[in-house]
Design a protein. Structure first.
Length: 103
């Protein structure tokens, strides 16, 4: 199964019911060259299921990833990156991706 890393840049998200009793906050994974890298598994879906852990990750900008960060992305089998930044912002600071990933 393919995994995805979502990068949001300066995008602000409104999360409904962030502090719901049965909601678990995403697992923060420390990285040297990126902030707010986390596994977004565990959230409830609209069909009553949960997003699987280890499948979808999110992060702020990933243009400054260190070599060990790229190895981590590779080891997590992240192959797809969805970048929500605008074209100009993405061109100014292109994503660093592991060899097996595409945008």
């Amino acid at each position: 199964m393919k995994k995805a890393l979502l990068t949001f840049g300066l995008l602000t998200l409104q999360v409904v019911n962030l502090f719901a009793q049965d909601m678990q906050l995403p697992l923060l994974i420390p990285m040297e060259g990126a902030v707010n890298f986390r596994d977004v598994g565990g959230y409830d879906t609209s069909t009553g299921k949960k997003v699987l852990t280890g499948r979808i990750f999110r992060s702020a900008e990933i243009s400054t990833l260190a070599a060990n960060d790229l190895k981590l992305l590779h080891d997590l089998h992240i192959t797809s990156v969805i970048d929500f930044r605008g074209t100009a912002e993405a061109e100014k600071a292109p994503d660093k991706l592991p060899e097996n990933a595409w945008t």
